[in-house]
Design a protein around this ligand. Structure first.
Ligand SMILES: [Zn+2]
Length: 256
């Protein structure tokens, strides 16, 4: 079973378990089992992609499962997914126990030959406690919890430099990817603007809310000696290098 097939099983609306752990020519000698934490806009997604390739670890996002389920509506969904879709359709937050059930339906994947990078789960201490139970069930342990962080002022500086084209939605960044002519889209000549979501005051409110809600979770893993704090400052390459170095030192994980 390949990494792609594992990922299909993760998103699989029926919550199929991963088949027997055989035929993994490219599986890592020591699978990485990690949780990723980090506020939106600090580059966690980019790091997840790089880590997934470098460590041969499955990037498992609960958001991806929800999106796939929602677009399929009610066709052959497991009980947990059906319940989750119900909450989403009503515009409500999916409760802890439903999210936990959904992960439990997929627990065989967590014990598979490839490592995993859990993204979007756990979000709360009760979810983290439930995850401990699920991992014990499948005789698996976490290697660590990578927590990417950046001072709020730097996040604001980074995000408020984004510009989007009003006509074709192409994206730019005043520093990292400026348009040839200020305020004008290279592709269609449309006007560039700053989205409401990217405005400094909006970013500040979002970051403060994220930090407040994530603090108990970070503390939980800190007490267990699993929290690995990583600065998300600088270029993506530097952040990757920093991450790989600390994973080697702390967890004995090396590129697969
Ligand atoms: Zn455009």
């Amino acid at each position: 079973m390949s990494m792609e097939q594992y990922l299909e099983a993760w998103i699989g609306l029926g919550g199929q378990a991963a088949p027997a752990a055989t035929g993994h020519a490219d599986a890592p000698a020591k699978p990485a089992r990690l949780i990723l934490l980090g506020a939106p806009g600090i580059g966690k997604g980019t790091q997840a992609t790089r880590l997934s390739q470098g460590l041969k670890a499955l990037h498992l996002s609960t958001g991806d499962v929800f999106r796939a389920a929602k677009s399929n509506q009610n066709k052959g969904l497991t009980p947990a997914l059906q319940a989750a879709v119900g909450y989403m359709v009503r515009g409500e937050l999916v409760p802890d126990e439903t999210v936990v059930d959904l992960v439990r339906e997929r627990k065989a994947i967590l014990a598979g030959a490839y490592g995993f990078l859990l993204d979007g789960f756990p979000r709360t201490v009760p979810q983290a406690e439930a995850l401990d139970g699920i991992l014990t069930d499948v005789n698996t342990k976490l290697d660590g919890v990578l927590s990417y962080s950046l001072p709020i002022e730097k996040v604001i500086e980074r995000i408020s430099g984004r510009r989007m084209c009003k006509q074709c939605s192409a994206s730019y960044h005043l520093k990292a990817m400026p348009p040839k002519k200020a305020g004008v889209c290279d592709k269609c000549g449309g006007e560039l603007y700053l989205r409401d979501d990217d405005k400094p005051e909006t970013v500040r409110v979002r970051m403060e809310a994220y930090e407040k809600s994530t603090k108990p979770l970070a503390d939980y893993y800190q007490r267990r000696g699993l929290l690995i704090e990583i600065s998300a400052d600088g270029a993506a390459d530097d952040i990757s290098a920093r991450t790989m170095k600390i994973l080697k030192e702390r967890c004995g994980l090396v590129p697969a």
